[in-house]
Design a protein around this ligand. Structure first.
Ligand SMILES: Nc1ncnc2c1ncn2[C@@H]1O[C@H](COP(=O)(O)OP(=O)(O)OP(=O)(O)O)[C@@H](O)[C@H]1O
Length: 221
């Protein structure tokens, strides 16, 4: 019998302008785990994340999330929260109002859940400051709040700590371990090896659009 995984990438390759950016990627990922992705600038981490959440369609191969093949059964995974670069928040709205507008798109999230998500990332839901007055770290925290507010099963975070101060990094680590215990499947790309090793159950090393190393960090808390 074949084991069933929550996320599967099957021989995924992607070419952009005839240049290969992903080469024959295979992944089998489970819920209740944190997967860390490392690699130099341009090694393909962001492209791989885009493919896993349906933002780009592979030139070859397939991505399955929760039993659904992206680009065939559905365009996007049914339940995914993504933080890739800075989300397109509106400058003249508060943090709450920005999330409220996004929440209204699918009608599943009430105001209390928005407030809870904002609190979970260490911001104040009653903060009346407009987004344009937010610091870089606050913007990153709001991006995280957006990624988790719908309680997605798959959480994909590209460099989630690069603008956070040390308190912010500690809070994020705790939040991610809590989400892991809630059986989420979490993928993180980071250049911080120590932080990634601390959080991750498994590490994938990328180079030149390929996964060149994969290791298990063993049982964690
Ligand atoms: N819009 C684009 N059009 C063409 N090529 C692109 C585009 N975006 C990225 N690439 C190329 O795809 C390759 C992989 O880039 P990617 O952004 O996935 O790397 P990364 O590992 O996330 O890097 P970083 O650590 O800098 O975030 C690079 O060679 C890059 O030049």
């Amino acid at each position: 019998m074949t084991e069933s995984f929550f996320v599967k990438a099957n021989n995924v390759s992607k070419e952009i302008n005839k240049q290969p950016v992903l080469k024959n990627i295979n992944l089998s990922l489970n819920k209740g785990k944190i997967y860390g992705f490392r690699g130099k600038n341009g090694s393909g981490k962001t492209m791989l994340f885009r493919a896993l959440c349906g933002l780009i369609i592979p030139t070859e191969g397939t991505v399955d999330v929760g039993g659904v093949t992206l680009g065939k059964d559905a365009s996007f995974p049914l339940s995914v929260g993504v933080l890739i670069e800075y989300p397109g928040f509106l400058n003249n709205y508060t943090g709450f109002k920005n999330l409220k507008m996004l929440a209204e798109l699918n009608d599943l999230i009430d105001d209390e859940r928005i407030r809870e998500s904002i609190r979970l990332v260490g911001l104040d839901p009653e903060d009346k400051r407009k987004y344009r007055k937010y610091s870089l770290g606050m913007k990153q925290r709001l991006g995280l709040a957006q990624a988790i507010m719908e309680k997605p099963e798959l959480i994909i975070l590209d460099e989630p700590t690069n603008a956070l101060d040390s308190d912010g990094v500690e809070e994020l680590k705790k939040l991610l371990l809590d989400l892991k215990n809630e059986q989420k499947c979490i993928l993180i790309a980071s250049h911080d090896k120590e932080e990634l090793d601390y959080l991750s159950d498994e590490i994938f090393l990328m180079e030149n659009g390929k996964i060149v190393d994969h290791y298990d960090l063993g049982e964690k808390q």
